[in-house]
Design a protein around this ligand. Sequence first.
Ligand code: CTP
Ligand code: MG
Length: 409
Amino acid sequence: MATESTPARTAALVPAAGRGERLGPGAPKALRAIGGEPILLHAVRGLLASGRVDLVVVAAPPSEEGVAEVRRMLAGLGPVTIVPGGPTRQQSVALALAAVPAEGYDVILVHDAARALTPPATVAAVVDAVRSGHPAVIPVLPVADTIKSAVPGEDPAEFPAVGQTVDRSGLRAVQTPQGFSRDTLTRAHAAAGHDATDDAGLVESLGEPVTMIPGHVEAFKVTTPFDLVLAEAVLNRREEPQMNPVVPLVGIGVDVHAFATEQDVEVEPRPLRLAGLDWPGQHGLLGHSDADVVCHAACNALFSAAGLGDLGSNFGTAEPEWKGAAGTVLLAEAARRVRAAGFVIGNVAVQVVGVRPKIGPRRAEAEAVLAEAVGAPVRLSAATTDGLGFTGRAEGLTGIATAIVFPVS
Ligand code: CTP
Ligand code: MG
């Protein structure tokens, strides 16, 4: 599925444009709160916490206020794109699908915002099943109730009669996220001749196989007021002290590069790249790559935290395609590998040791660029060494970083 030109990235489409008629009067369903936070926020967090989702595309309630509220709600959460939704769920999904960049995403999830409390592990299981070779995957649960068909009487006011009892052993209740190879979902939507209640239904219409994997009771769809009560109860239980707390893992990373000398610069100009920014007028650092010690130290810290080795073991001679890549490109790829290995990234902190450049005035700008690459907050600070050592003599720069990650349970 993923080739060298199409890296293995997953986008999750989140239809969240419904009114929530069955919930009763009030704001659109995705904007209503459970546990004091909007349904949509819970859903998007769950997707990102799976460690398997590189981009979330939300189909928001289409009004101007709806889109603006969703934008505010999800600001700073991670890689999220927002589009106005459509008049039906299927159209909302199609609009979100159209907003996925043309290149780079080979697996697409579709996940109802209304399934706000879906465990990250269920999301991860769906992505993994698609990546293991199943082009369409749905999470399902057995049906608990006895199921009978209803035959309405002549008079619609009359109670209906039983048609027949359906053998429930072969039936499954279907949840989201549903996962697809991009090609499968794109073809299914392009061919959609009817309004299906889920995306797998469109794939079935193509006559192509859909695979079932175990769903989760907590992936229920918030539909009626009773579901709000249930959701609150689930959240309360999650907040109880756990017997098996998630143990965070910390990583450390260092990188050092020498400043180019006057002679070096005469041979070849060496602009300074540091913390993902250009620093016009500053002497650059020497190295095969852009020598961005901040990005490189951050990569080392991320790999260290996840137990994935270091910069050299990931982007060294075994993977020559990364030679000379910009620091931010390496950083984004390091973060992707850490998530793909089953971790949520908490944050990364980097300190630059050296006399120049002055970081303070551009700290916010650098932190924004770095956070964009990592998909999690990055803190940047700086220190000098009282004139001591190579950093004190302005012969080079050191980057020192820590990262914290959490295994996805
Ligand atoms: N959805 C959407 N666009 C629509 C209709 C629904 O994006 N035009 C989304 C909903 O926001 C929800 C998901 O599809 O996250 C599943 O739909 P459902 O649970 O039926 O939500 P609503 O349509 O909002 O609820 P109701 O049917 O009670 O009005
Ligand atoms: Mg609906």
